[in-house]
Write a protein that binds this ligand. Structure first.
Ligand code: HEC
Ligand code: HEC
Ligand code: HEC
Ligand code: HEC
Ligand code: HEC
Ligand code: HEC
Ligand code: HEC
Ligand code: HEC
Ligand code: HEC
Ligand code: HEC
Ligand code: HEC
Length: 487
């Protein structure tokens, strides 16, 4: 008995589905589906809204119960016809911006799309001046809308590049808005690891919307943009710090953690210094590398130009190239770059040089590394001795302006020395050190002289005070004698 009912139920359901009469009461669909070549109704069969029993009339208005065309599509029945311009998004927003209404359909989607779109870069007025640049249907279609997770969606990762490029790779269109905006994003994107894997059908690597967002897309100059330098690391880390998401790729997932601790990360994330590199400064925005940089390992030179120039002319250039070692990364790492200190230099175990230079291995470099560290230490020592003397002289109230200038020169030489390390050349290094040593000893001499003079003046003062005292006593005695005589 039970089985019979179930069977009947199934047959009925199949019938209903096959004849498309699930909406028996919806005359809009019923009539339109019968019109040969009616695209909207054909597309609507696969629409997520159709599955939720939403009618043509929910977007176009009219009376879905009326069988007659005139009655159904009567403006007096609220029929709006085909929406144009912002009226399109307003149609969508009637539901998608109303969480109560969305809940009646059992939907728990965010309801911020229209709000966000209006304040985004795409919320600017189009060339007609009457509507926003992009409407909901620009990215989602009007009929045949599917879930964004459905591979048929225009915003599914494998399709979204094409969707954005409709406009962003269209020179004539983009010129009417902003002639200075590049139109090569998709082209460059294809040269990156992300783009190459995407072209092969992998939906996981970053696409336009992973970095820029979807409804709240803003120019990178806007501090609220997901690609603003300070926000970029978080945007990349959504995937790159997610071990589960990245599992199949077998690459580390610690870039963000390391970067945040680095000298660059602290400057960018804590001090908001946008001169410090963010992820995209080194890895490029769309391409595999930033513009004009042949490989990521050469990117440091775009900011640290002097270090890079010195390195290129150094003996390490060829030695590293031959061994396929990256230039700066070999000694400084890539993500966890810390403040460079003198301990990096020399042949002690904690010095970077000792990783490759031992008495038995690349010994010439070993000897030079050792000498460089010794020179560095003597400059540091001279500098601190000179500083102590100058401070002492100053505390004694002596004039030490000149000596302080020289101290500054010595400190300058120390900084220059830190950069000059990258020539990996003893003579050049010694030249800078000597300049610093000369300045430090000048300061030392000046300060010592000042201190000597202080003591000289003090002794002088003592002697003169003594003489004056003796003279005063003599004078006093003399006056007393005269007074006694008068009495
Ligand atoms: C009995 C058939 C029939 C019914 C019922 C019907 N339509 Fe139509 N509709 C048509 C035909 C035919 C056209 C094409 C007319 C034309 O090209 O002028 C059309 C055109 C339209 C258009 C395009 C109008 C334009 O200005 O280009 C929209 C939108 C539309 N229908 C929506 C609806 C909605 C919403 C309903 C239900 C409330 C509905 N229709 C009910 C037959 C019907
Ligand atoms: C989710 C909202 C929505 C629903 C539901 C919807 N439409 Fe539309 N329809 C639109 C929008 C928006 C446009 C304007 C498209 C454009 O400007 O390209 C449009 C355009 C049209 C047009 C004219 C242009 C064209 O594409 O041919 C017709 C006809 C039409 N719809 C009929 C229908 C019919 C019939 C149904 C039901 C089977 C339906 N629509 C369901 C939003 C909707
Ligand atoms: C510039 C293209 C673009 C425009 C315009 C756009 N969307 Fe989207 N939308 C997207 C992308 C991309 C996603 C997918 C985001 C993701 O993968 O998480 C999305 C996702 C969605 C989702 C799924 C839930 C969510 O918020 O992520 C809904 C619902 C949605 N859009 C509705 C709308 C509505 C309504 C409008 C108009 C007010 C609109 N969209 C305008 C690109 C766009
Ligand atoms: C009558 C209310 C209503 C209108 C009008 C409406 N939607 Fe929806 N929309 C919904 C509901 C309900 C869902 C399904 C949510 C679910 O499955 O959880 C949905 C789902 C979607 C999704 C899929 C989101 C996902 O899960 O990935 C997109 C995209 C979307 N709508 C875009 C639009 C666009 C574009 C328009 C205007 C052309 C529009 N909607 C108009 C109610 C509406
Ligand atoms: C309808 C065409 C169109 C589509 C589709 C489109 N855009 Fe745009 N986009 C524009 C226009 C026009 C501008 C504004 C240019 C201006 O005036 O500066 C813009 C601005 C932008 C900006 C800000 C550029 C800047 O720095 O000023 C970004 C980022 C952007 N779009 C990304 C996207 C992404 C990502 C997608 C796909 C999800 C997309 N766009 C889809 C037309 C479009
Ligand atoms: C891996 C992250 C990432 C991906 C993927 C990405 N972008 Fe970008 N995009 C950026 C960053 C970062 C900038 C900011 C550049 C800057 O510093 O000014 C940018 C800038 C832009 C701009 C402003 C103009 C320009 O070229 O500088 C547009 C437009 C744009 N992107 C569109 C797109 C489109 C379209 C796609 C997909 C083909 C895309 N982006 C993919 C990160 C990305
Ligand atoms: C949507 C997730 C996602 C986002 C967001 C994302 N990536 Fe990726 N990225 C991937 C995946 C997946 C791969 C492929 C891993 C592989 O096989 O190399 C990848 C690969 C890479 C690679 C190549 C790694 C290698 O050597 O194989 C680099 C570099 C990279 N991403 C940097 C970035 C940067 C920088 C950002 C932010 C501007 C970013 N990614 C944003 C998912 C993402
Ligand atoms: C100062 C420059 C710089 C910054 C900033 C930077 N990277 Fe890297 N990154 C590199 C270099 C150099 C490599 C090694 C690439 C090579 O040898 O081809 C690398 C490698 C990678 C790889 C490949 C896997 C690995 O760990 O070796 C990924 C993924 C990556 N970076 C993501 C990021 C992300 C995400 C950020 C921001 C949180 C970031 N990078 C910031 C320079 C940088
Ligand atoms: C976008 C520009 C930029 C790029 C690219 C860049 N840096 Fe830096 N770097 C900076 C800035 C700015 C600072 C100073 C941060 C601070 O305020 O402490 C810095 C600091 C440093 C320091 C610490 C300096 C010190 O005084 O101890 C080292 C070492 C360093 N960077 C190495 C590198 C290496 C290696 C690379 C390439 C993998 C690189 N940088 C890429 C801008 C950059
Ligand atoms: C063979 C190891 C080695 C290589 C390769 C190397 N460095 Fe250094 N770097 C050092 C040492 C050692 C110091 C610290 C000197 C000191 O403080 O005594 C240093 C200091 C620095 C500093 C801080 C001093 C300054 O100049 O402001 C920066 C920045 C820097 N390096 C950048 C780079 C860049 C960029 C490259 C690649 C072109 C690079 N380094 C390659 C060893 C190296
Ligand atoms: C990654 C390994 C590596 C590191 C780290 C390294 N070097 Fe070297 N260095 C080499 C190699 C390889 C050569 C070439 C050796 C050869 O041809 O005998 C070389 C050559 C040199 C030379 C030239 C010697 C000559 O033949 O004239 C000097 C000077 C030098 N290194 C100094 C240093 C100093 C100082 C440090 C630490 C700041 C350092 N190196 C760190 C690998 C390294």
């Amino acid at each position: 008995m039970k089985q019979k009912y179930i069977l009947r139920g199934c047959v009925l359901m199949v019938l209903v589905l096959c004849t498309g009469r699930l909406f028996a009461a919806d005359q809009c669909i019923a009539c339109h589906a019968g019109v040969v070549g009616d695209k909207p109704s054909a597309l609507f069969k696969h629409d997520i809204h159709f599955a939720k029993r939403i009618s043509c009339a929910d977007c176009h208005g009219g009376n879905p119960k009326a069988e007659e065309m005139e009655a159904a599509m009567n403006p007096k029945q609220g029929f709006k016809g085909v929406p144009k311009g912002d009226a399109i998004s307003q149609v969508c927003a009637r539901c998608h911006s109303d969480s109560t209404k969305m809940k009646t359909y059992g939907a728990a989607l965010p309801t911020n799309q229209w709000g966000n779109l209006q304040t985004s870069a795409h919320g600017k007025l189009s060339t007609t001046g009457k509507e926003h640049i992009a409407q909901c249907i620009t990215c989602h279609n009007a009929h045949g809308i599917v879930s964004v997770k459905n591979p048929a969606s225009p915003v599914y990762p494998l399709n979204v590049v094409k969707t954005c490029s409709k406009c962003h790779a269209n020179a004539a269109f983009m010129r009417t808005y902003n002639p200075s905006l590049p139109i090569d994003q998709a082209e460059k994107y294809r040269t990156s690891v992300h783009g190459a894997l995407n072209a092969k059908g992998d939906p996981k690597p970053a696409v336009c919307s992973s970095c820029h967002g979807s409804h709240d897309i803003r120019t990178s100059k806007d501090a609220k943009s997901s690609v603003y330098p300070v926000n970029m690391p978080v945007t990349c880390s959504k995937c790159h710090s997610d071990a589960q998401y990245m599992a199949k790729y077998r690459i580390p997932t610690n870039q963000y953690d390391k970067f945040a601790k680095s000298v660059h990360g602290v400057a960018l994330l804590r001090k908001h210094d946008v001169g410090a590199p963010s992820c995209n400064s080194c890895h490029g925005n769309h391409g595999a590398t930033p513009p004009g940089v042949e490989s990521v390992s050469k990117v440091c030179g775009t900011c640290h130009a002097l270090n890079a120039d010195l390195f290129s002319a150094s003996p390490h250039k060829k030695a590293f190239d031959d061994r396929k070692l990256p230039e700066c990364e070999t000694c400084h790492s890539n993500h966890e770059i810390v403040t460079a200190t003198d301990t990096l230099l020399g042949v002690a175990p904690e010095a970077v040089c000792s990783r490759c230079h031992q008495e038995s291995q690349n010994p010439k470099g070993y000897a030079i590394a050792k000498t460089m560290r010794q020179l560095n230490d003597s400059l540091a020592l001279s500098g601190s001795v000179a500083t102590a003397l100058v401070n002492e002289a100053e505390q004694k109230g002596m004039e030490v302006t000149e000596a302080k200038f020289k101290l500054r020169d010595a400190r300058q030489a120390h900084l220059q020395m830190r950069t000059m390390v990258h020539a990996f050349n003893e003579d050049k290094f010694r030249e800078v050190i000597n300049k610093g040593m000369a300045a430090a000893s000048f300061a030392k001499v000046e300060a010592k002289d000042a201190i000597d003079e202080y003591y000289f003046r003090r002794i002088g003062l003592g002697v003169s005070t003594l003489i004056i005292t003796i003279l005063s006593i003599a004078l006093f005695l003399y006056i007393r004698r005269i007074e006694k005589k008068q009495v």
